[in-house]
Design a protein around this ligand. Structure first.
Ligand SMILES: Cc1ncc(COP(=O)(O)O)c(C=O)c1O
Length: 454
C-alpha cells in the first residue's frame, strides 16, 4: 500500500522534502531574512502580529508590492496570491476603483463623526444583498461580532451564547472556547481570558442537531453565533437540512441566530445567506467589505431592532459598549460603497466562482491521478484540498485529520514556485483580478508536489 495513504508512514519522506524546501526558501530570500533578523530586535518574535509566525518558512516573506492577485516580495519573487490576506483582499490588492475613491474621499475628510450619503447607500445595498433591514458599522469583523453579541444579550436578557467547536469569529472573548471529549473549556492558547469562557459560552459540534436541541432547551442562550459553513478549521459544509433545523430550533427556543459571513462571503454577493436563502436575525460581514481597509457591518431584523430601540437612551448609549470613535467613518463608508458597487459585483463573483471551479477540477484530477485518498471542497470562489478521503462534518473531525508537516511542505513547495497559500489551511481564494494562468500555475504546482510525495 502507498505509504501516504496511511497518513503517517510517509512522514520520513515529508520531513526530508520539507527540509529541502526550507533550505531553498531561505537561500533565495536573503533580503526577507535580513529584515526578519532586524525585526527580531524590536518586534515580538520578529513580526507585527503573532499569527505571522505561522508562515511555512523559517521567516515570513516581506512584501514590496501587492497589486491585483499578485504579491512581489523584497527579493523580487512574484507570487500568484491565493491567500489574499485570508479574505481581506478578496477584492484583489489595490483595486483601481477603490484606490481612486480612497484618494478622493480622504481629501474631503475621513472621520468627522457625522453620517454621509455613502453610509445610506451601503446600508441599502447590504439590505438588498443579505435581506436584513437595519445596519450598523464597525471597523473589523471582530468588533462587529462583539457588538452584535451585546445586542443579542441585551434584547433577550439571556447571559450565554452558543458557538461551534473550533470556530473562529475574531478575537471575541466569548468565542475562544472549545469542547474536548464532552468537556467545555478555554481553547488552547486562549491568552488571559477575562472569565472562564464556560460562564459565557456553550460549545457544541457543527451539524449535530440533537446537541443543539439540548443546549438551547434551557433557554439561557441569547444567540447562536455561526458561520453558515465553517471556514476556519477548513471548509465544513452544513449537512442537508441542517440550516432548516438550526433556524427552527433557535426560533422554538427564543434564541437569536447570528450568522458571521465574513469568510462565507465567498459564496456570492450575499454570502451563504443570499446563495442559500437563509434567514438570520443578526448578520456580520467584514474583511473585504472595504477592499481590505478597516470596515465591517452588522445587520439585524426588524424585530431585533424594535426590541433594541425599546430601551434606547441616547445619553447612555455612548458608553453602552457599541461602536468606537472611528466606526462608521466617511472613508470606510466610501470604500464599502465602491467595493460593492464596482469591485465585488455580481458579475465579478461569476468570474471568481468559475476560476474556483477550474482550480477544483484541476486539483481533483491531480489527486485522482495520484490515487491519493484526499478530496477537494469548494464554497463559491474558495476551494480547499484535504488530506482525507471524505469531508469532515465538524470541527473535531477536521482537527483530527490535520497533517501539519505535510501541510507545511505543500505550502512551502508552493511558495518556492510562486504560489501563496494561507498558512492556516489549504484554501485557495479567487479575486476579480485572479487570472486563469495563475489558477493553472497553482494546479501545476500542486501536481508537482504530489509527484514529489509519491
Ligand atoms: C468568520 C470570521 N469572523 C470574524 C473574523 C475576524 O475578522 P477580523 O480579524 O478582520 O476582525 C474572522 C477572521 O479570520 C473570521 O474568519
Amino acid at each position: 500500500m502507498d505509504p501516504l495513504k496511511e497518513h503517517t508512514t510517509g512522514q520520513a519522506r515529508v520531513a526530508e522534502l520539507l527540509e529541502r524546501e526550507r533550505q531553498l526558501f531561505a537561500d533565495e530570500r536573503p533580503r526577507s531574512k535580513e529584515l526578519f533578523t532586524r525585526a527580531g530586535k524590536t518586534l515580538l518574535n520578529g513580526v507585527p502580529m503573532p499569527f505571522m509566525t505561522e508562515w511555512p518558512g523559517d521567516f515570513p516573506i516581506y512584501v514590496a508590492d501587492a497589486v491585483g492577485a499578485e504579491v512581489v516580495d523584497v527579493d523580487g519573487h512574484r507570487y500568484a496570491d491565493l491567500c489574499l490576506g485570508d479574505t481581506g483582499a478578496m477584492t484583489g490588492h489595490a483595486p483601481a476603483a477603490t484606490v481612486e475613491a480612497m484618494m478622493e474621499q480622504f481629501r474631503r475628510g475621513a472621520s468627522h463623526m457625522l453620517p454621509t450619503e455613502d453610509s445610506v447607500w451601503v446600508a441599502e445595498e447590504l439590505q438588498r444583498r443579505f435581506g436584513l433591514p437595519f445596519w450598523q458599522f464597525a471597523l473589523s469583523a471582530t468588533d462587529a461580532n462583539r457588538f452584535a453579541l451585546r445586542i443579542a444579550r441585551h434584547v433577550t436578557g439571556r447571559p450565554k451564547i452558543l458557538v461551534f467547536n473550533w470556530c473562529y469569529h475574531g478575537t471575541v472573548d466569548e468565542t475562544i472556547a472549545t469542547v474536548v471529549d464532552g468537556i467545555p473549556g478555554p481553547r488552547e492558547g486562549n491568552l488571559g481570558p477575562p472569565v472562564d469562557p464556560t460562564t459565557t459560552t456553550k460549545v457544541i459540534e457543527f451539524n449535530d442537531v440533537p446537541a443543539l436541541e439540548a443546549a438551547l432547551a434551557e433557554g439561557d442562550v441569547a444567540c447562536v453565533l455561526a458561520e453558515p459553513a465553517m471556514t476556519n478549521v477548513g471548509i465544513i459544509l452544513p449537512d442537508p437540512g441542517y440550516h432548516e433545523a438550526l433556524r427552527r430550533i433557535t426560533r422554538e427556543t427564543g434564541t437569536l441566530l447570528h450568522l458571521d459571513e465574513t469568510h462565507t462571503l465567498c459564496a456570492g454577493p450575499g454570502g451563504c445567506t443570499g446563495a442559500w436563502g437563509l434567514d438570520p436575525d443578526i448578520l456580520v460581514v467584514g474583511k473585504p467589505l472595504a477592499s481590505g481597509l478597516p470596515a465591517a457591518a452588522y445587520g439585524f431584523s426588524s424585530e431585533v431592532s424594535e426590541r433594541f430601540l425599546a430601551g434606547w437612551d441616547a445619553e447612555v448609549s455612548v458608553t453602552g459598549g457599541l461602536g468606537g470613535t472611528l466606526a462608521g467613518n466617511a472613508l470606510s463608508a466610501k470604500l464599502m460603497r465602491v467595493t460593492m458597487e464596482e469591485v465585488l459585483t455580481e458579475d465579478a463573483f461569476r468570474g471568481m466562482i468559475a476560476l474556483a471551479e477550474r482550480y477544483t477540477l484541476g486539483v481533483r484530477r491531480a489527486i485522482d491521478n495520484a490515487g491519493l485518498p484526499w478530496h477537494i471542497t469548494r464554497l463559491g470562489c474558495r476551494a480547499e484540498y484535504r488530506f482525507r478521503a471524505t469531508p469532515p462534518r465538524n470541527g473535531t473531525e477536521s482537527i483530527l485529520s490535520e497533517e501539519r508537516p505535510l501541510m507545511r511542505f505543500m505550502h512551502l513547495y508552493s511558495l518556492n514556485r510562486g504560489v501563496l497559500l494561507t498558512p492556516f489551511h489549504n484554501m485557495a481564494l479567487m479575486s476579480p483580478a485572479t487570472t486563469e494562468e495563475q489558477v493553472d500555475l497553482a494546479v501545476d504546482v500542486f501536481d508537482g508536489a504530489l509527484a514529489e510525495l509519491m
